[in-house]
Design a protein around this ligand. Structure first.
Ligand SMILES: CC(C)(COP(=O)(O)OP(=O)(O)OC[C@H]1O[C@@H](n2cnc3c(N)ncnc32)[C@H](O)[C@@H]1OP(=O)(O)O)[C@@H](O)C(=O)NCCC(=O)NCCS
Length: 151
């Protein structure tokens, strides 16, 4: 199921103490996509790669420490224009606000890029999207653009 997110009513970005939110730079791209494949799925790594190929690139990471360690990522315009996701936060870093910060970073970037609405595709955590971004289910959206996809 896909979900619709209005970008004109977004909550403000809340800073997370000790967490840096930013777009990755080129020397980090391979590390990042390997991390996504290792912690999530090869399919999500492919989507991250697509977002990293956009200019300006359409992916945010959350890191902490120096040297930086990855806590999570979120991207948009990966599988389809106007789609946000995938989003993933390291198991050990969940339920601390990192996911909300990453999602809102992407959604504010989409708003700044000129989008009015975002679509969260094939949502695996609908309550998270509803809570953070007031996302609402799109009727008839399953399997949507993912019909017949290689798995
Ligand atoms: C979904 C995910 C990104 C959330 O990241 P997170 O860092 O734990 O999220 P946050 O701590 O910022 O949560 C924000 C709010 O959503 C709630 N929330 C988080 N995950 C939730 C879930 N799976 N179901 C319902 N509510 C959830 C939190 O309790 C919090 O609410 P609060 O503000 O009232 O405390 C993370 O659980 C994850 O990576 N899951 C595996 C990958 C996945 O399913 N991604 C989504 C695919 S569409």
């Amino acid at each position: 199921m896909d979900m619709l997110i209005a970008l004109h009513t977004l909550p403000a970005l809340a800073a997370q103490p000790g967490v840096t939110l930013r777009k990755p730079i080129a020397p980090e791209h391979d590390l990042l996509t390997s991390w996504v494949a290792r912690h999530f799925t090869p399919g999500w790594a492919s989507e991250a790669r697509a977002a990293l190929a956009n200019r300006p690139l359409t992916l945010f990471i959350a890191t902490h420490g120096d040297p930086a360690a990855l806590l999570g990522f979120c991207c948009y315009d990966a599988t389809a224009r106007g789609f946000v996701g995938p989003i993933g936060v390291l198991d050990s870093a969940r339920r601390g606000g990192v996911g909300a910060a990453l999602l809102l970073a992407c959604l504010h970037d989409m708003r700044a890029a000129g989008y009015g609405y975002a679509v969260a595709g094939a949502v695996g955590a609908p309550d998270f999207f509803a809570k953070v971004a007031n996302a609402t289910p799109i009727p008839g959206s399953d399997p949507g653009i993912y019909r017949g996809m290689l798995r």
